[in-house]
Design a protein around this ligand. Sequence first.
Ligand code: FES
Ligand code: FES
Length: 152
Amino acid sequence: MKLTLRVNGADHEVDVPRRATLLAVLRDDLGLVATRFGCGSGQCGACYVLADGAAVASCLMTVDQAVDHDIVTVEGLSQDGKLSPVQDAFARESAMQCGYCTSGMLISATALLGHTPSPSEDEIREALAPNLCRCGVYGRAIRAVQRAAGAT
Ligand code: FES
Ligand code: FES
């Protein structure tokens, strides 16, 4: 069926099965491949995107559920070629190794700072808890969020 999705500030018309996942449509139809496929079952955080500012698992959201929501992927975090404060802080703190989990962490951190501009370390840990990282960059990711919040 034809649907219009609002992604990264622009409307995109897609013709896809109604029950297709938002993750599949982002990657396969819109070419926004920074959003990762990990577990496919809401357990790893690799596929997180912002929906109206909240971090959601795009592997669990069907494309028809995404209609009428303002979806932002990692590709939409930077503005005019300039990294967002969270992206910049992750780069400066080297808060990545293989990078597979990084998109999801950036989304979770952006959602957190959207509603809690000066989070405590516990609040950062809680926000990043759904984002599994096999490389174990959690310490650097926490420092990156603190840097982005202006706390370091
Ligand atoms: S791929 Fe969606 S939470 Fe793992
Ligand atoms: S940096 Fe490799 S999974 Fe997180």
